[in-house]
Design a protein around this ligand. Structure first.
Ligand code: TC6
Length: 725
């Protein structure tokens, strides 16, 4: 690791080097500081260019050093040194300039970026605020409003948008460093006052205090429960109200406060967990290191329902040419219109951000009824509705048509991958790619490994996830896989609580206050109650296949709630029918309102079934709904369906609106303390012996008996397991 300089026609070029992303570790900061000091003191040098090695400027402070006790030299003083330099300093931004990386670039007097580069202040995503002057310099450059949007969301901004906003001075298609050297030479001797951002006034809207008050209200609502977005607004207030140096103190104070919170620790854990899950290993020894993914140059999607449409859009956004197939002309017309409208919306979004070239960079989409067109594609994703017979028919058909090297994927959300693979002539090339709705937006891809799936197929599917900008998590093949397997129990528990006397809106509020993006009842209404109803009817839990004489609230020895089935029988499917657990202003409406009809209906239901209701506290709602889910998470680990708690957390953080600032369900359990989770589960199971899912899992009990080890040690306690991976 080094930062070294060379001189090119009186311009010193300083290269930051700390692979793979030039994170600003203590050592790197020290080295850059030394190089800048040398360049400033060297008479032969008249200007300075700072660049990053291997096509990346810098991804910011080295997150791996965050928990270390020994601290290196502060980044802030390096940035001040750069800004105060009498010799012009130019940042040559290639790849990324994020967090402290962008802050360093903002300390430079000029910034040139490569067209493919992007910049951002994503500290908020790690539960922090920018703390090296970024939130003070940026509003002086691009104004309060644009800064607010960047620092509270942590979004990455592409070079062209950065140019439009004024963050960079120039965007180039190639030779970024050479261009930076040319610019540096050109500005030698020119006054630098107007380029020293800390000395400039903050650009404010007319009534800035009211603007910030409003921003605070919005941010509180948008990022419910998260501390760092609120602190970002506070830093901006400091930027507006205080002189730069005092603003700096406030920035430091807020950073130091956040630095000690559980939220930042959880978000840092979530960051590394996302990277960890990409490094899959199978019990056979095959792994991400040894398996070689095959190229995906073309894809096909079968079925243009809600999921198929957004999968096609996701592929097109990733510039992968895609063939979309439907079974009849009518469905094809409806589906193709829907896809085109999704793509138009994506193009509009990108154009608003200044990416005029985006239209041409979408992968072409071809619509067809003809299976023959799929002959040469590299990968097929089946996305028809959840019916095993239909899926098998399609896989059989694909097997005969597609080239032997083509991978066959299914978007099933819980059916048996092996059963589908068994009808093909290439079971080793069959894999589950479970997308989350809407697939062109949601970041998660559950990659489901069947019994026959080869490591090449796994690594190709994981590569596909990366190409689509998603996080791929490898899981084993079991009913509902990982995400939905846990979710089903959580939703079921919420419905039991309604039977016991709570109201849907009370349960939703408690769980939304906990931080979940949407409570279970609003979620069911959004997804459509009829979907689960159909599935339960198909497997005989309700409807005509249910054996006569089955007790209404029992299936086998387990408690069952027929409430969702009854709502469906009454035509209450959720938002789509204007009523479900809530009522809506109209069919398709989104504004959920408590429904007095439901209260009457529930009282009558409780009377008929002779149910004793009790006052359900917020604590009971959270504990029963979340701990039953966490308990199942331990069972998933025990069954070898997920290889570690990180996998479950990444799935929940990215696919189920779990608040990242609690790290994910398993990390949350580790913070609450496993003995507490165990005791509570025992208590609730004791009170509800007909809900066996509340019975603590043996792996949870084992971990408690081992003294509640930290999460990173859980895997080592799994011992022998029949891994399904
Ligand atoms: C900050 O700057 C605060 C400043 C205040 C100062 C007072 N540090 O994501 P990838 C590693 S806060 C250490 O797989 P990609 C990552 O763990 C920081 N390591 O690659 C992985 O390691 P592994 C604000 C880092 O090409 C490897 O690099 N900055 C850091 O898909 C590759 O990463 C951010 O939040 C880091 N800062 O995406 C930026 N960044 O191979 C966070 C990455 O051992 N980083 N690594 O597993 C990113 O968004 C992405 O990593 C990326 C590259 C876009 C830079």
């Amino acid at each position: 690791m080094a930062a070294f300089s060379y001189i090119c026609d009186s311009v010193a070029v300083i290269t930051m080097s700390n692979p793979p992303v030039n994170a600003l570790s203590s050592a790197l900061i020290r080295a850059v500081q030394k190089a800048v000091e040398e360049a400033i003191g060297d008479f032969a040098v008249e200007a300075i260019v700072i660049r990053g090695d291997k096509g990346k400027f810098s991804a910011g402070a080295d997150i791996r050093e965050f928990n270390r006790l020994e601290r290196g030299p502060p980044l802030v003083s390096l940035i001040d040194l750069i800004e105060d330099s009498k010799k012009p300093v130019v940042a040559a931004i290639e790849g990324v300039a994020l967090g402290g990386g962008l802050e360093l670039a903002l300390g430079c007097h000029y910034r040139i970026a490569h067209a493919q580069a992007y910049v951002g202040l994503p500290e908020v995503l790690l539960g922090l605020v920018p703390a090296a002057g970024g939130a003070l310099r940026l509003p002086r450059l691009i104004g309060i409003s644009a800064t607010l949007s960047m620092i509270t969301t942590g979004k990455y901004v592409q070079a062209r948008e950065a140019l439009k906003l004024g963050i960079v001075d120039k965007v180039v298609g190639e030779n970024t460093v050479d261009e930076a050297i040319q610019l540096a030479k050109k500005v030698i001797g020119q006054p630098l006052g107007s380029r020293q951002l800390s000395t400039l006034p903050v650009q404010c809207p007319p009534n800035v205090e009211a603007f910030l008050d409003e921003a605070m209200v919005k941010v509180k609502k948008q990022f419910r429960g998260a501390q760092s977005p609120l602190a970002c607004v506070e830093v901006l207030r400091a930027a507006v109200q205080l002189p730069y140096l005092e603003g700096k103190k406030k920035e430091r104070e807020l950073f130091q406060f956040l630095y000690t919170t559980d939220q930042t620790r959880a978000q840092q854990y979530a960051f590394f967990a996302e990277r960890e899950v990409a490094k899959w290993t199978l019990p056979s020894g095959a792994s991400w290191k040894t398996a070689s993914p095959q190229p995906i140059r073309t894809a096909a999607v079968i079925g243009l329902g809600t999921m198929g449409r957004s999968i096609v859009t996701s592929l097109a956004k990733a510039k992968i040419p895609v063939i979309a197939l439907e079974q009849d002309k009518k469905q094809l017309d409806i589906g193709s219109k829907a896809v085109m409208s999704l793509l138009d919306r994506e193009i509009l979004k990108m154009e608003q951000l200044g990416h005029t070239e985006f239209t041409n960079s979408l992968g072409p989409v071809q619509f067809t009824l003809d299976y023959g067109k799929l002959r040469d594609v590299d990968i097929v994703i089946e996305a028809v509705f959840e019916n095993m017979a239909l899926k098998k028919e399609i896989f059989r058909h694909l097997s005969g048509i597609c080239k032997p090297e083509a991978f066959l994927c299914t978007n099933t959300s819980g059916l048996d991958i092996d059963e589908m693979a068994s009808v093909t002539n290439r079971p080793q090339m069959v894999i589950g790619t479970h997308f989350f709705s809407p697939a062109h937006i949601m970041k998660l891809l559950e990659v489901v490994h069947g019994h026959y799936t080869s490591s090449t197929t796994i690594s190709t599917a994981m590569r596909l996830a990366k190409m689509l900008g998603k996080v791929g998590v490898l899981v084993g093949n079991c009913p509902s896989f990982v995400g939905n397997r846990l979710m089903r129990l959580y939703v079921e528990q919420a419905v039991f609580l309604v039977e016991e006397g709570s109201k849907p809106e009370e349960i939703d509020r408690a769980l939304e206050d906990f931080g979940l993006a949407m409570g279970p009842f609003r979620m069911m209404d959004l997804a459509g109650l009829d979907i689960g109803w159909k599935a339960r009817t198909e497997i005989g839990l309700t409807g005509p296949k249910l054996p006569i004489g089955t007790p209404a609230r029992q299936r086998g020895s387990k408690r069952y709630s027929p409430l969702p089935d009854i709502l469906c029988e009454k035509g209450r499917f959720g938002q789509k029918s204007g009523q479900g657990w809530y009522k809506y202003e109209k069919s398709g409406g989104r504004n959920a309102m408590p429904d007095p009809w439901l209260y009457n209906f529930l009282s009558e239901y409780q009377r008929i079934h002779n149910l004793k209701t009790h006052y359900v506290t917020q604590e009971e709602i959270i504990e029963r709904c979340l701990y039953v889910l966490i308990n199942e998470g331990f069972k998933v680990l025990e069954d070898g369906i997920a290889s570690g708690p990180e996998d479950i957390d990444v799935i929940y953080n990215n696919g189920y609106g779990w608040p990242k600032y609690t790290g994910g369900p398993m990390y949350y359990a580790s913070i609450v303390g496993l003995p507490v989770v165990l005791t509570k589960l025992e208590k609730y199971y004791g009170a509800n012996p007909d809900i066996p899912d509340l019975k603590p899992s043996s792996f949870l009990k084992k971990l408690v008996s081992k003294g509640n080890p930290p999460l990173k040690e859980w895997r080592s306690h799994l011992g022998f397991q029949s891994s399904m991976l």
